[in-house]
Design a protein around this ligand. Sequence first.
Ligand code: FAD
Length: 369
Amino acid sequence: TTDYDLLIVGSGLFGAVFAHEATKIGKRCLVIDKRSHRGGNVYCEKIEDITIHKYGAHIFHTNDKFIWDYVNQFTTFNHYINSPVTLAKGRLYNLPFNMNTFYQLWGAITPEEARAKINVQIDRFGVANPANLEEQALSMVGKDIYETLIKEYTEKQWGRKATELPPFIIKRLPIRYTFDNNYFNDTYQGIPVGGYNKIIDGLLEGTEIRLNTDFFDDRSYFESLAETIVFTGKIDEYFDYQFGELEYRSLRFENEIINSSNFQGNAVVNYNDATVPFTRIIEHKHFEFGKQPQTVITKEYPESWSSKKEAFYPVNDKKNQAIYKQYCLMAKDSKVIFGGRLAEYKYYDMHQIIASAIRKFKTEYCETK
Ligand code: FAD
């Protein structure tokens, strides 16, 4: 017999939800994480008594009442609504594209005026079968919105020309003909009061966890500890990169403490222009309607990735998808349960990760035992 029923590699949301579900039915779990803290990318820390989302701003949103109730077991959410603004050539515009934006762009006052403006440009610049991101955007929102608010930001974010990016990156570009700055369409939205750590602590209560512990430092020892392994790290690393390395886009975060109670008046301000090296500034206190005397801001710089950096966004082009498919076939043949954003090489929002962990726990663990 083994020491544990389950070894869970990674204490991010996927691993923590999986551990919680397994512990609930009496399974003995060991969670390991190579970082010095639990929670993966939702981990928060305090600076000047302000909650900082260490790996980028995280806003919880979902339409699924079950998932909303699930996270609310562990903490209380505030009523934060994400309403970013973007700075382009010295002017501020509301996001997502809505009547406020159209007024700021063209002085359009009625939905009819705005619609007419956009449709004329789509007719003139759009193409039937967009072959790249630029053509896709021109076909969906026309030239003014694309050139003023999309092109430079997107090129900075991906480090490539819009004409060299695949069209599906912006498959959905929501346009609203109402004065509605709420970025997400979901029924439930908010930020956990005090940050995400309480959710992770709640999920992992009663579960043994070892931090600063990398699975690959002693793979055979860890494999011998438990009957079942749940792996939430990088799938290419798990299979020794035998089909090549999967590529990511990385981010660098620069924090500054500022001696002012309010730096930018909003939690999220995007910087559209190519001349500014960062894509956005996060002012964390506004996520919590904070009244602290000082403020902490984070500049977010997109960066090319190397294996020494944090992997943030998968690069979903043909080359990487083809490599991932090969790893996926190997994963299907193994007894290990692969889950989460790194093992599935996929961008997931938090609510999707929770749903996926609960589903995989049922289908890939419970139903096979
Ligand atoms: P992770 O959180 O990455 O957890 C994986 C864990 O495994 C890590 O702790 C890692 O250290 C550990 N690990 C990896 N390899 C090993 C190993 N070999 N040995 C031991 N441990 C290992 N979602 C939203 O819903 N709203 C948002 O606003 C939002 N904003 C985001 C902003 C940014 C910049 C990014 C990058 C993501 C954002 N997300 C957002 C998505 C959210 O971060 C993810 O859905 C979630 O964190 C994924 O959880 P995970 O468990 O799959 O991965």
